[in-house]
Every structure is written in C-alpha cells, then in structure tokens.
Design a protein around this ligand. Sequence first.
Ligand code: G3H
Ligand code: 13P
Ligand code: ZN
Length: 340
Amino acid sequence: MLLSMRQVLDEAAKGGYGVGAFNVNNLEQIQAIMEAARATKSPVIIQASRGARAYANDRFLYHIMIAATEIYPEIPTVLHLDHGNGFDTCKSAIDTGFTSVMMDGSLMPDGKTPSTFEYNVDVTRKVVEAAHAKGVTVEGEIGVLGGIEDGHGAGGTGLEHVTDPEQAAKFVEATGVDALAIAIGTSHGAYKFSRKPDGAVLKMDRLIEIHNRLPKVHLVMHGSSSVPQDLQDIINKYGGKLRPTWGVPVEEIQLGIRNGVRKINVDTDNRLAITGAIRKVFFETPEKFDPRDYMKPAREAMQKVVALRMTQFGQAGHAGDYAALPLAAMAERYAAQPVA
Ligand code: G3H
Ligand code: 13P
Ligand code: ZN
C-alpha cells in the first residue's frame, strides 16, 4: 500500500530527520530508490513531474509503484506529484492513485511566470479541498525558486522572490497545506551557484526565520542536489562537457533539517550519476550494445547516491518505525479539522 506523505513527514518531524524526495521517469530509477531504501531501511518519497508523467505514462508509473510496494512491503512508500501547475493536473494525479501532490501556485499555469499571492492561495486551497477529501497530502509553494547570483535570471537583486515569513504564515493559514516549499536561493538543475554558496546566495538564515515563525510546518527544500565534484568529473572524463558548478552542500541541508525541513528534493544528482555511468560504458567498451550493459551500472550509480543521501538526511533506519495509515483514515482526520 502506498501511504500519504503527511504521515511520513509527521513521523520525520517526530524523529527529527529529513526525507529525500527523488524524481523518477522509468523503471530503473524506481528500482534504484527502492533498493537504496531497503539497504538503509528508509521510508521513501518517489516523485514524478509533469514531464515524467508525459514521458512514462501514468498507468506505467502507477503500476511500477504498486509493484514496488509488493516487492518492498517493509518500506513506507509515497508517490508524489512534483510541481503540479494547476487544479486539473493535481486532480488527475489524485485520480491515478498518487498519495501526495504538489500544487505549485507560485507560478502561473505556464510554469514560468510568477503569480500573485491571491492566485496562489486560491488554486492551492481548491487542491487542498479535493486532495484532503481523499486523504491525499498537499505541498504548496510560497516565494519563487531561483538563483540569487544571476538576479533570478531577470535583473534585480534576486532577493525579490525569496520567501517572506509573514506571507508564508498567511499562506499556510489560508490554504491548509501539509507541507510548504520555500524559496531561499536554490534553483533546479546542475547550474545553481558559480562558487561554493555562502549566506549571500543561499539564504539559510531566512529558512531559520520561517521555521521560527512556523515551527510546526513541514518545510520543503527544492533544488537540493549537491552536484558533487566526483559525479561531474566522471561525466567530463568520458566525453561530457559540464561547466564548473556548485550545488547545495549537504551540511546546509542538514542545518535545514535541524530547522524544520522534512522533505528534500533531489533529481539532478541522480541524473549526473546515471549519465556518468552510461558514458563510462560507452567510452570504455564501444562495442557493447545490450542496454543492460549500461542500464545496470547506471542503476547502481543512482542507488549509491540515493543511499548516501538517505543516510545524510537521517531517514535511514526509520522504515520500521510505523505502520501505514490508509488514505481513508487520513481523510477522516482532515474532515475532523477543516481549514478555517
Ligand atoms: O522540477 C524539477 C525536477 O528536476 C523534474 O524535472 O520537469 O525535467 O522532469 P523535469
Ligand atoms: P535538483 O535539480 O537540485 O535535483 O532539484 C530537484 C527538484 O527540486 C525537483 O522538484
Ligand atoms: Zn522542484
């Protein structure tokens, strides 16, 4: 049985640890995460973006996830929609069987243009109503993700879109979200920072302020790949062309976890690990053409990264702490405490 993300995050808050949310698009990525979870005894959040759903098809994704729960019954496993861009996207995920959805109303439905606070509250609240009726968890976002160094890609100081703690408090109150993604200067992809980030570009002080203002809210860090040098080196050694770049240091994520961060989104590190492993096989043994010859090392490379993050985030060892509550029980719980 897939379980709600709310339950996993509540347990993480009790235990004082974070839970990695890893993006998937195919069978091998799901296998890599589940194997890492078994090896480290970790609860897991597996997430699919709109792009992943279009690439793999919901039915394939859902049934592979059900297979995962059959093969790894000891692992609490969540299926989460990453960056839903509107009510219909979230609703179709709920209808498919996702146990958690992100309504990213920080952006308009085009997924690019920053929205207004009113739009964000309105669309997120509607998703919360539909999701909670089925016991499904909702993550919202306030502030807009993006790098500070480059002025958020649009001129300015880059600080305009960093999350405001008062606005975050109003947003949580008005929407009833279960988890809150905040913007503190991280961005998606490999090119986050042009040097090791300091407090000018990675606003951990702001994260701590938000946590102090909302101590009971589960915070989510997006764009949290660490972009390790060794993974960059493997790609470049075998013919790749990555420019020098820095990600979010694991110690900063751990500081976040000590200050209310319960979900940490990681995709890029796994993409780097997979690509490096495949490049190596192609470079060293160009005569090979059986997909298993490169997909197996790719899957192993991803498993290694995921297991390391599970240990670093503190979720390792917690798979057996609790029994999964059915979504119907979560729905009853929400019905007993409606949003004001
Ligand atoms: O949101 C960012 C994740 O890395 C997913 O990326 O939209 O290319 O699937 P994607
Ligand atoms: P990365 O690109 O840093 O892995 O971030 C992934 C993410 O935030 C998915 O929502
Ligand atoms: Zn994200």
